[in-house]
Design a protein around this ligand. Structure first.
Ligand SMILES: CC(C)(COP(=O)(O)OP(=O)(O)OC[C@H]1O[C@@H](n2cnc3c(N)ncnc32)[C@H](O)[C@@H]1OP(=O)(O)O)[C@@H](O)C(=O)NCCC(=O)NCCS
Length: 396
């Protein structure tokens, strides 16, 4: 039996909501032992977030999957002591309190390092650990606005539109997982020192905006709102087929445009429009011709033609379409996971897909403190009486 890819890595997930916990969850999917630490009685604020079924979070089974759940209140001295014992036995802490909160509780970096000089600490905040906004509260949707994404999303004659889900949070989570892996590699494989990883919600989005940055820098041009990544490729857009289906068709590269010319039987567009810069200099005739061409086909006819010629095209899918699609089915992208709350619930499968040590979903999100015995007794060696006393005093 192959070992799990992250077997032997222990992560303390003391974060809440999406970004930090989701990042820790990505690593739990590949065998890291993730111990989720939550406020006794109250738990992660994410548990209260919608959508709900009969008052119960439908997202928790997925968000909490593969993690052990323990309760612990950092406000108590005993809570801090217990936490430091866990730190001594762990590799990584992922936290997302506002900058300064851990220091306020007497759990600053010096204290954490004293407990374990090799501990890697991943901080997730709205604006990072430094700068004038370091201590401000942050959430993903405002962070997308701060990152310049909301400004450019939507139509130029209408108000800006936020991403339809917590994109900045998930991207921050992905970067938290990446930062964890980079620092683990540096610490363990290269025998380097343990580090802190400083993740903000906005910088993950901003890091993807090299085109806006370069355009503003070199041409003083401010990228304005448009429903597509305009100015990068032509043709690009949402088009409507003869049978009323929206498709997205994009020619990001010149060879793909060449394929489109084949599909549309427009050899006359080459060589005049062979280069993106020439198409972008006067995109309207091409966009109109593509609009008319798409409208002359049913969706099935159009996709057959595009696929035959190597033109990337996609229908605009709802979640129902996704549930019914054979590609998702063949890749087992949707997994039905048994859970106490709903009997079972479907969730996105583990991703990325590894050939030798694929990740797996072992269990869904647990109840607050479900693994208190396992962790406090099994890992820290506390007695039954000590655990009961900590519970009575609401430390755990
Ligand atoms: C999410 C956020 C806005 C919440 O702000 P907040 O409620 O003021 O919380 P703080 O960051 O100051 O953290 C302290 C609070 O954590 C809570 N908490 C969560 N787990 C706890 C635990 N195990 N023990 C003690 N307190 C805990 C307490 O309510 C505590 O508040 P209190 O000391 O006043 O009782 C803030 O934490 C933040 O900006 N985080 C960074 C950005 C981020 O990750 N946002 C979420 C993206 S998905």
């Amino acid at each position: 039996m192959p070992r799990e890819a992250l077997e032997g890595v222990r992560i303390l997930d003391i974060a809440t909501v999406i970004a930090g916990p989701w990042g820790a969850g990505l690593l739990a999917d590949f065998g890291a032992e993730v111990i989720k630490v939550e406020m006794p009685g109250r738990g992660d604020a994410f548990r209260g977030m919608g959508p709900h079924k009969d008052g119960v979070s439908m997202r928790w089974p997925c968000m909490g999957r593969n993690k052990k759940s323990i309760s612990l209140d950092f406000h108590y001295e005993e809570g801090k002591e217990l936490f430091l014992k866990l730190v001594a036995k762990s590799d990584v802490i992922i936290e997302n309190f506002r900058t300064g909160t851990l220091d306020k509780w007497g759990l600053g970096m010096d204290v954490l390092r004293k407990a374990n000089p090799d501990i890697i600490v991943v901080h997730v905040t709205g604006y990072g650990q430094t700068g004038p906004y370091a201590k401000l509260a942050g959430l993903g949707t405002p962070a997308a606005a701060f990152a310049g994404m909301t400004y450019v999303t939507g139509y130029s004659d209408r108000p800006p539109v936020s991403p339809p889900f917590a994109l900045a949070d998930y991207i921050a989570g992905l970067n938290a997982a990446l930062g964890t892996m980079i620092t683990l590699y540096h610490r363990d494989a290269l025998k380097g020192t343990a580090q802190e990883v400083d993740i903000s919600l906005y910088e993950g989005i901003f890091r993807m905006e090299e085109n806006f940055v370069a355009q503003y820098d070199l041409q003083g041009k401010i990228r304005e709102r448009s429903p597509m990544p305009s100015g990068a490729s032509c043709p690009i857009g949402t088009f409507l087929t003869k049978d009323g289906k929206y498709v997205i068709l994009v020619c990001s590269t010149d060879p793909v445009f060449n394929h489109l010319c084949d599909a549309m039987e427009r050899p006359d567009w080459l060589p005049k429009y062979a280069k993106a810069k020439d198409r972008l200099a006067d995109p309207n005739p091409i966009m109109q011709a593509v609009t008319d061409w798409v409208a002359s086909y049913t969706y099935d006819e159009l996709t057959a033609r595009c696929n035959e010629c190597g033109v990337p095209i996609s229908p605009v899918y709802s979640i129902k379409d996704i549930f019914e699609d054979p590609q998702y089915a063949a890749r087992h992208d949707i997994v039905d996971v048994p859970c106490e709350e709903f009997g079972s619930v479907k969730m996105p499968a583990v991703f990325p897909v590894l050939s030798e040590t694929p990740g797996k979903i072992k269990w869904p999100g647990q109840k607050i403190g479900a693994q208190n015995e396992d962790v406090y007794r099994g890992l820290l060696g506390l007695s039954e009486e000590e655990i009961t006393a900590l519970k009575e005093r609401k430390v755990i």
